[in-house]
Design a protein around this ligand. Structure first.
Ligand SMILES: [Zn+2]
Length: 341
């Protein structure tokens, strides 16, 4: 008998016929990845960790900020005031309510160069990202490696989710052949209702449970979208791959090949991410060097440097997020001046 059975932790879930003790046993040897741990990722991680998924790898590039607390359910005010990386804060929070499972936090931006390492050995990938660039990268990787993944997105009062089972159902590129171009609504422009994102994540987490326990007949094979404010719900058939799909039909993995992935990217409306070189930075040492130039604070995971009107957050791998500008040239010169070129 395992300790899980001894403490009755999962007894209510085992009573549910769709799971049962056989299903619970499968969860106890499941290994998944959640890419992005903002609002969607928090809800996915919380639901699946409580459900007893044995190993959950959480990959997120960001740190907790006060504006996250309205909807990102794994974080609290202390996380925000410490600027803890979301992956680390999530792992700590989950350990407090389920210490029997393994959380593998990675403070990293999922990119073509590291996706093979970061998603190695998982049986399911869940999308908690906020951008199409990463979703198409996940789609390429999942199709190439015949790994299921679940697309989930929410903005405003709207949410959408899709199960992608390579070789069986439509992939993301079957439905939307290219990432949307130009301006489209994001949380920063249209706002977001926490209830919309939590509903989308709940539906996706349930599909994940079905996949992990082998309840394939119960899996949804549509692109499901809903609007919790307007009370609208739409489903589009996604049970078959689209003939001629570049990704799952022709196996042309251009996102995995790294096309269209500049090293300096806009992240959010008024911030720029620099990840052109992966050179480790000693945050304590850097903190001393930066002191004469502005306010600086660091912990084991991030360094924050305020240099009016900019705010730079530096990670130990040399990656930085610079706030206060959307101008990549300004961001790069600031980085070069204070961190090195
Ligand atoms: Zn496809």
């Amino acid at each position: 008998m395992t300790s899980l059975e001894q403490d009755g932790r999962y007894s209510r879930q085992v009573l549910f016929r769709g799971i049962g003790s056989e299903g619970q046993g499968k969860l106890a040897s499941s290994r998944i990845a959640i890419v992005g741990c903002g609002a969607t990722g928090s809800a996915l991680a919380s639901l699946l960790a409580r459900a007893g998924v044995a190993t959950i790898r959480i990959i997120d590039r960001d740190y907790v900020e006060p504006s996250n607390l309205q909807r990102q359910s794994l974080f609290d005010e202390a996380d925000a005031s410490e600027s803890l990386p979301k992956a680390i804060a999530a792992a700590r929070k989950i350990a407090a309510f389920n210490s029997e499972i393994l959380i593998e936090p990675h403070v990293a931006d999922l990119i073509p160069a590291n996706i093979g390492d970061l998603l190695e050995g998982v049986q399911l990938i869940l999308d908690g990202t906020d951008n199409f660039e990463t979703r198409y990268l996940i789609n390429d990787f999942a199709v190439k490696n015949s790994l299921p993944w679940i697309y989930t997105a929410a903005v405003g009062s709207y949410g959408v989710t899709l199960n992608v089972l390579p070789g069986k159902t439509a992939c993301l590129a079957c439905i939307f052949s290219d990432p949307p171009q130009g301006t489209f609504e994001t949380c920063e422009t249209a706002g977001i209702l926490s209830s919309a994102v939590n509903l989308a994540a709940s539906i996706a987490a349930t599909e994940a449970l079905k996949l992990l326990v082998g309840a394939d007949d119960a899996l949804r094979s549509t692109l499901l979208s809903f609007d919790v404010w307007r009370n609208e719900r739409t489903e589009v058939a996604a049970d078959k791959p689209r003939a001629g799909c570049r990704t799952c039909g022709e196996h042309d993995f251009l996102h995995l090949a790294g096309e269209g992935r500049p090293h300096i990217t806009l992240c959010g409306r008024n911030s720029v991410q620099i990840h052109e070189r992966h050179r480790p930075v000693d945050l304590a040492e850097m903190s001393e060097l930066l002191k004469p130039h502005g306010a600086v604070r660091h912990n084991d995971f991030v360094l924050k440097f305020w240099h009016e009107p900019y705010e730079m957050t530096l990670f130990p791998d040399g990656r930085a997020i610079i706030k206060g500008t959307s101008d990549k040239t300004i961001a790069r010169s600031l980085y070069a001046r204070y961190v090195g070129s």
